[in-house]
Design a protein. Structure first.
Length: 285
């Protein structure tokens, strides 16, 4: 086939553009960073030590685990502490939250470094949603009746903690957890998330089927709404302590994929590549 100068120039430009795009997305596919970092956030009536056994499992799997110690005063303070921890990570990061910390994960999870989210028996309201109102559409869990307040701070009473919060933990260990529980401010549960990271990032959820602190059916509802990859663990609210292997395995699944945002950019690049290739084919006709 003989081409005139104009046709040759157009074909050459299209071919160069296609080669550049193809080389670009191939390079990104080869260099997309693996997820090595995990940031874990504790919920109410606890502190960062509740993640200890899961952290050990993650470290054995070669993951870099960081636990956030937040003050249990306000949602905003928890988000701020979590953002500081994320800022210290050297690459893509899985963000994990237990219980109340699900709200922190939903807010702080919008950080570009966060590649995926893991919720462990956790709250997961939508942006601006009143979680308390949502929870009232399900049967009230027993633990809430065991809160004892003093001078603006609350703790679970011992019997409620042992029976309704840590029901499948050996009593001797549960009493230690009760002794070190973090008191919550009366402002902690009044905050609302302004963003829902689970709407734009891949999410995992561990439902505790024997939970007496968050209704298991509410957990299932939130997991289904976020289209999370979900497991059910026959555990109390503290599945991260009674079933650390299962929870660590779920987190490892979230970390096993490469940078999700990088994958999205790669997919977009491939679509551009295909479009450019189609234009080049049209010019050659």
């Amino acid at each position: 086939m003989v081409m005139n100068r104009r046709t040759f120039s157009a074909t050459l430009v299209a071919g160069v553009a296609t080669s550049i795009l193809a080389g670009s997305h191939t390079t990104r596919a080869q260099t997309a960073p693996k997820v090595r970092n995990v940031v874990l956030v504790h919920g109410a009536y606890a502190d960062g030590s509740c993640w200890s056994e899961v952290v050990g499992q993650l470290q054995q799997a070669g993951l870099n685990a960081t636990v956030v110690q937040h003050p249990l005063t306000t949602l905003e303070a928890g988000v701020e502490a979590t953002r500081r921890a994320i800022a210290l990570q050297d690459g893509p990061t899985v963000l994990v939250g237990h219980s109340f910390a699900g709200m922190i994960v939903s807010e702080a999870g919008m950080d570009p470094k966060v590649s995926s989210l893991v919720y462990v028996a956790a709250r997961a309201p939508d942006a601006g949603e009143d979680y308390t109102a949502l929870a009232k559409t399900f049967a009230a869990p027993p633990a809430s009746a065991g809160l004892v307040w003093s001078e603006g701070y609350g703790k679970l009473g011992e019997e409620a903690f042992l029976r309704d919060f840590a029901g499948d933990i050996p009593r001797e260990k549960a009493r230690i957890l009760y002794a070190v529980q973090g008191p919550i401010s009366d402002k902690l549960f009044t905050g609302k998330t302004t963003q829902a990271a689970w709407r734009s990032k891949p999410s995992w959820y561990a439902v505790s089927t024997e939970d007496r602190t968050i209704n298991p059916d509410l957990e299932r509802f939130m997991a289904k709404r976020m289209n999370a990859k979900t497991i059910e663990v026959k555990a109390s609210h503290l599945s991260l302590i009674s079933h650390p292997h299962e929870i660590a395995a779920l987190i490892s699944q979230a970390a096993a994929q490469r940078d999700w945002l990088g994958q999205q950019r790669l997919a977009a690049s491939r679509r551009l590549d295909a479009a450019a290739s189609g234009r080049a084919t049209g010019l050659n006709r």
